[in-house]
Ligand binder design. Structure first.
Ligand SMILES: Cc1ncc(COP(=O)(O)O)c(C=O)c1O
Length: 441
């Protein structure tokens, strides 16, 4: 294994920046608009403002809001704006480092709430649609809450009947997505939350993806299944600023219907010689830059800006969906509620197609069960709709000429992982891969 040590003598700033620029040459080309995941870009002005605001508060630490009243102002105002947007002007919450942390905090709060309200639930369980984000699984793994999966109906939305059947004396929580990552559809939140309310359970809406899109789509006149605090029974909502909020990486929100529910999120240790330790979220030190840049972006874009961006993303999505459905052999899965969707095929090997597109410079996430390719559309993709469709058309034609053949390279690996019947073995395979990935080469 290659050994990398701290250099004996520091290098110059110019040298370091030059090296870093070179390294970035290997990265997914999101600036060129060829990346369909991981980066949410509105426009240059928004990005530049976010960077400037981030740098202005680069060193400040959000752990102690008393030391930095500016950060407290940013965080509480970002949460107030988010809560009002999500139909809960009275709701409270905190900023976190991302969707995963927001979801983990909500699961932890629900667990601790249930310990008081439902002491009979000695082995707590949460009911999750199959399409719920894996961060719920991670939360369950960390906090000892077992996930109980329910299937989705043919439109890829959670099945409320199945949720009812999955209830046990140990159920403490039900969750739904608005929208789910794999297919971009909103679960039937009103039915699921009503079931939670009827059974005195916590309900969480995961609006990490849709939180900063759906409220604007509704204002633009689109029919949106209610998902926010306007729905009785919704206790908490996660909504990410670093996705369609177009903020800096490391910025999400978790909001609760009231302070009584949020109380279980906080952590306080009063007996430490270092002082009384009070931490609102999972991390200790909190990057002031992320709080500041989020506040800056929300105020810069305003409702008007978000409405325009949401409209643009939806227009591009409609063109992409029509274009993909017109390619022989390809079909968009379900009817996406926003600018996130997957497409699949009955005849073509989707992983081979992903590889062919990769060779043409496009970065698309792969899905499994069934194999599919996934797109997250932002206004930044405007120039790329036609080039993308044209490359996809030729890649699909090339593949169908070749006929069904065994996949090779990465396509074979994706296919193999998706079809290993023993899912624990599949996870073991990926664990070994991760171990190798995070080594210096
Ligand atoms: C629906 C949904 N929930 C949660 C998450 C987790 O967010 P993060 O990657 O910011 O932790 C994602 C990420 O894509 C998501 O799409």
């Amino acid at each position: 294994m290659t050994q990398v040590k701290l250099p004996e003598w520091g290098k110059s700033k110019a040298q370091i920046l030059k090296m870093m620029r070179e390294f970035s040459g290997q990265d997914a080309d999101w600036r060129g608009g060829k990346t369909w995941s991981l980066v949410y870009h509105a426009n240059e002005e928004t990005l530049e403002l976010a960077k400037e605001a981030y740098l202005m508060f680069f060193s400040e630490n959000g752990l102690n809001p008393m030391a930095f009243p500016s950060l407290k102002k940013f965080e509480t105002e970002v949460i107030a704006m988010t809560a009002a947007m999500l139909g809960g002007p009275e709701a409270v919450g905190n900023m976190t480092t991302g969707g995963t942390e927001s979801i983990m905090l909500a699961v932890k709060a629900a667990r601790d709430w249930a310990r008081e309200k439902k002491p009979g639930a000695t082995a707590p369980e949460m009911i999750l649609p199959l399409t719920a984000h894996p961060s719920f699984e991670k939360a369950g793994h960390y906090f000892g809450v077992k996930s109980v999966h329910i299937p989705v109906t043919p439109d890829f939305r959670a099945d409320p009947q199945a949720a009812r059947k999955a209830l046990t004396n140990n159920t403490i929580m039900i969750a739904g997505s608005a929208v789910c990552y794999p297919y971009g559809v909103i679960d039937p939140i009103p039915e699921l939350a009503a079931l939670a309310l009827e059974n005195k359970l916590w309900f969480h809406t995961d609006a990490c993806l849709g939180g900063f899109m759906l409220p604007f789509l509704k204002k633009l006149g689109r029919k949106i299944i209610p998902f926010d605090f306007s729905v009785p029974g919704v206790c908490s909502i996660s909504a990410d600023i670093h996705k369609y909020g177009y903020g800096p990486k490391g910025a999400s929100t978790v909001t609760y219907r009231n302070s009584e529910l949020r109380k279980r999120q906080f952590y306080v240790y009063a007996d430490w010689p270092g002082g009384v330790y009070a931490s609102p979220t999972m991390t200790g030190t909190r990057a002031g830059g992320a709080l500041a840049a989020s506040w800056a972006v929300l105020n810069f874009l305003g409702e008007d800006g978000y409405l325009k961006l949401a409209d643009q993303a939806m227009n591009l999505t409609a063109k992409l969906i029509d274009g993909i459905n017109a390619i022989p052999g390809l079909k968009v899965m379900g009817r996406p509620d926003m600018s996130v969707f997957a497409f699949s095929s009955d005849t073509l090997n989707m992983f081979e197609l992903g590889e062919l597109m990769e060779k043409k410079g496009w970065h698309l996430d792969r899905q499994q069960m069934p194999p599919a390719l996934h797109l997250i559309v932002t206004p930044h993709h405007a120039r790329m709709v036609e080039p993308f469709l044209s490359d996809l058309r030729s890649a699909a034609a090339e593949l169908s000429k070749k006929g069904k053949s065994d996949a090779s390279g990465m396509a074979a690996i994706y296919g193999m992982i998706g079809t290993i019947p023993d899912r624990k073995a599949a996870a073991q395979f990926v664990l070994a891969f991760l171990d190798d990935l995070f080594k210096v080469k």
